[in-house]
Design a protein around this ligand. Structure first.
Ligand SMILES: O=C(O)C(=O)CO
Length: 260
């Protein structure tokens, strides 16, 4: 069996001393697909002029998918983001169960969880329809509630999987983030098996520290082997900090998923 994943790197977390567009060019020249977080802080025209697609980006919406009061604004801002995504050749927009605010910390919420769950389901369905109209997929990402996003509701892999299963829409999928899942839930191989039909993309980083594969405790070769056996042919995105010798760190990422 040979490797059949597309490897992507989040340009926010590498070559931090370089201008963003420069990072995108370097990653592309190194053979990686490129991902990013928000588009509002970027020079979209400059990024567009590179002709390098941004394969996934975070859809920072006004409100969140579980936010009933702002449901119309969520869809409106998603529709605006779709236009930016199309300019950047981006086909996966990542959304979250609850709002992430500055510093990506969770805003405390006092809404009833059941109501949030049904709102998240309905919103993901509407986002799926919007995605289908424009040829892109909205991916609901799992987060950990221990280190990075304490208190964020409905964000565990188990929750996002349940919502996406219930939505059952080809343009609404799960962004399975194994870094977050390892911190919050563990049992990664079984999680991958359970999630497989619902995965839009898999993101990785090692634990602890959110560094590249090889800096922590996750057995990435077991994960790569399992994904190969399962026939996963999608994208593996490194959403982790690569510091110091960045090229060497990226090489470790490449090797971790080089399945023969
Ligand atoms: O906020 C985080 O931790 C994320 O993974 C965003 O994509």
């Amino acid at each position: 069996m040979t490797q059949s994943f597309t490897l992507a790197v989040c340009a926010e977390m590498v070559y931090e001393d370089l201008p963003f567009v420069e990072r995108v060019r370097i990653l592309d020249s190194e053979g990686f697909a490129v991902e990013m977080w928000d588009s509002t802080s970027k020079d979209v025209a400059k990024l567009e002029s590179t002709g390098i697609p941004i394969v996934s980006m975070t859809g920072y919406l006004e409100g969140s998918v579980s936010d009933r009061e702002n449901a119309h604004r969520v869809i409106e801002t998603a529709a605006e983001l779709v236009e930016t995504a199309k300019r950047l050749g981006c086909t996966r927009l990542v959304v979250h169960s609850a709002e992430l605010v500055a510093g990506l910390a969770a805003r405390p919420t006092f809404r009833p969880l059941g109501q949030m769950w049904f709102t998240a389901r309905d919103t993901m369905l509407r986002l799926g329809d919007l995605g289908a109209l424009h040829g892109l997929t909205f991916c609901l990402e799992n987060l950990n509630t221990v280190v990075d996003h304490p208190g964020i509701p409905l964000a565990r892999a188990k929750d996002t999987l349940e919502i996406i299963r219930e939505v059952n829409h080809p343009n609404a999928r799960m962004m399975l983030d194994l870094y977050h899942a390892q911190i919050g839930e563990g049992n990664l191989l079984q999680l991958i098996r359970d999630s497989l039909p619902w995965i839009g993309e898999i993101q990785v980083a090692d634990v602890p520290g959110r560094g590249h594969p090889g800096t922590g405790e996750i057995n990435f070769s077991a994960i790569a082997a399992e994904l190969t056996v399962l026939g996963y042919e999608g994208t593996i995105g490194l959403e982790g900090w690569v510091r110091g010798d960045v090229a060497a760190g990226l090489d470790q990422f490449r090797k971790a998923f080089a399945v023969e």
